[in-house]
Design a protein around this ligand. Sequence first.
Ligand code: ADP
Ligand code: ZN
Length: 199
Amino acid sequence: MGWIEAICGPMFSGKSEELIRRLRRASIARKQVQVFKPAIDTRYSGDEIVTHDDVRMGSESVNSAEEILAKLHWRTQVIGIDEANFFGQPLLEVANQLADSGKRVIVAGLDTDYMGRPFPPMPDLLAIAESITKTLAICVRCGNPAKHTQRLVDSDELILIGATGAYEARCRACFEPGFPRQELLDFAAIGQSSATVPD
Ligand code: ADP
Ligand code: ZN
């Protein structure tokens, strides 16, 4: 019998790590495994998923959710899909179809965007999944558990592929939706205090 497992959380929370862990265990159990990621995410490597800790696993890049079906080998039993938030709503139908046909489908993706809003299609994927794991990162500001992906560059694009330093993990209290104006405020405050330092 097939099913859908969802892994969701912010960047740096260990989603890819967890996905790779489950897929490796499936391989050890001699299951036929295939791993997919969106072609849009070319940050590290064309044919591998890579964690922030540089753990790697071979994968196939696809341009759409439908292409996963096209590239599927009939013998494949376990399907891993990373960066699910880049596939859009068509991923729902594809994941359902795979699970209905007896496959184990493990999907990992961001559950919220740079504004803290639910990131389609993850909310719907969570609803149709048999199992959900929410991973949290560590807030780089205060050290508390972090559920947010903080954008550090000024852009209103929903999808802005993470160049180094473009994002960091933050908790609910430290998160600033969009581009952190706080950075500018800190800068202004420094300017101000230095101006009032007596010489
Ligand atoms: P994700 O797929 O959720 O972006 P990865 O699996 O690629 O996460 O990376 C997780 C790893 O990133 C952690 O094991 C840790 O070593 C590292 N890391 C770097 N910054 C942080 C952070 N702020 N909080 C937690 N882990 C972090
Ligand atoms: Zn914090």
